[in-house]
Structures are given as C-alpha cells and as structure tokens.
Design a protein around this ligand. Structure first.
Ligand code: MHO
Length: 225
C-alpha cells in the first residue's frame, strides 16, 4: 500500500463540516455506547470522555464528580437527532445505572442548542404517550467535555491488534484514529453491532474520491479479525 497516495487528512472528514450536530450522552460504561453509535450511518465521529462535573482534569482513575460519556458528531440529513435519542433511550436503563458507582455511571443528556432541547421534549412526550414512562435521565445544556485516555477510545476495536496495525498505516496519530468515521464503524463491528458488508456498502455512498474509496476498501478487506 502506498502511503503517499492518501494521507488521513485527504480522506477525512468524509462529510462536509457544515450542518454537523454534536451531542454528549451518558449511558454507563462508555465503551459500549461508543460502539453502538459508531456503527450508525450518519454518525461521523465518536469519542469517549468525562462530562457533567466540576472537578479539574478528570481521568479514568480520578473522575471526581464527572460521568463517563460518549460524544457524537452526526449529520442530521442522514440520521436525525430524534433517531439518536430513540437509540439512546432504547439501549440503557436509566433507573438501573443511577446509584451505581456514584456519578461515574449516570444517564445523562447534554444538548447543544434550543432546537435539540425542543426535540428532546418532543421525543419524551411521544415516548410517554407510547407508555414508555419518563426516563430518569439528567438533561442539561452542554457544559464541556474532557476527552478520555487513548486506551478508552474505540476500546472494542483495540481488542483486535491486526485491525489497529493496519489502520495505523492510514491514521498514524491517535487524533486521526479518534476522528475517523471508518474507525467508528469498525469499532461498532468489533462489538458485533454491524457487519463488514454493511460497512462496505455504506462506504460506497461516502463523498470521497473513488480512488481513495478503493484503497480504503482494500485496507478493510485485509484486516484479520
Ligand atoms: N470496569 C468495568 C467497566 C469499565 S468502563 C470504562 C469493566 O471492566 O467492564 O467503566
């Protein structure tokens, strides 16, 4: 593979930066939600981190009053905020994670603007009408996010050393890896939320040059799982 042909910066981000929305979610241990959301078409980037607290410089061993969260950048033309919220509430039980490990694991939802706040109210009303009750989720305006340590980013994908080795050829820095849509999808694959065929089909729709697309598809096919 010729690294000169394509650097990570040529291929990423795969989507225009305009009209990208961000949301920050707490659903318990942040490893799984990063894989869950990472597999969804329309989710552009995922990262794990600490949010919601006031203590300085939180880290995994020193979380203070922060909570494990996953932060998503998504393209609302492909996946709406409403759909993101359904995935969020359908995939954890806010009652069960409260009171467990203090504030490390909480059901949290940090919205970015008034429009997101209105959508949250709308989805909550709809779910109530459907008899799904009022979730015990702390809902608040976004107040910051502290990126978690490298080993907590794309945690399930990192269980596959050959995948990381191959991907490092294209995404040499941890930042490149963190910000990659492809790496987010493969992290979903590593946890069993999607399969290779779906990822390859979706990649066919990505707005990247066809020679780059071919090289990325070759790379993905070479990975030994
Ligand atoms: N200690 C738990 C959760 C880790 S998560 C990053 C485990 O090993 O599964 O809180």
């Amino acid at each position: 593979m010729n690294k000169q042909v394509m650097q990570a910066s040529d291929s990423e981000p795969f989507f225009p930066m305009s009209n990208v929305q961000t949301v920050t979610l707490g659903m318990g241990c942040f490893w799984s939600p990063e894989s869950l959301f990472g597999h969804l078409p329309g989710v552009i980037r995922t990262r794990t981190g600490y949010a919601g607290g006031t203590s300085m410089n939180p880290a995994y061993r020193q979380m203070g009053n922060h909570t494990e969260t996953v932060q998503l950048d998504f393209s609302p033309g492909i996946i709406t905020f409403d759909e993101i919220l359904e995935v969020f509430w359908n995939n954890h039980n806010p009652v069960n994670i409260n009171n467990y490990k203090g504030r490390q694991y909480l059901s949290l939802l940090f919205y970015s603007d008034d429009k997101q706040r209105e959508t949250i109210q709308h989805v909550l009303r709809r779910r109530k009408e459907q008899g799904r009750g009022e979730p015990e989720t702390e809902i608040a305006p976004y107040s910051g996010f502290h990126l978690a340590e490298d080993k907590h980013q794309k945690y399930y994908l990192k269980r596959f050393p050959n995948a990381i080795e191959k991907l490092n050829e294209w995404f040499p820095s941890q930042d490149d890896l963190n910000n990659s849509t492809l790496v987010a999808r493969l992290n979903g694959l590593a946890k069993g939320y999607t399969n290779l065929e779906r990822i390859l089909n979706e990649m066919g729709q990505w707005p990247i040059r066809s020679e780059h697309q071919k090289l990325i598809i070759d790379l993905v096919k070479q990975i030994r799982w």
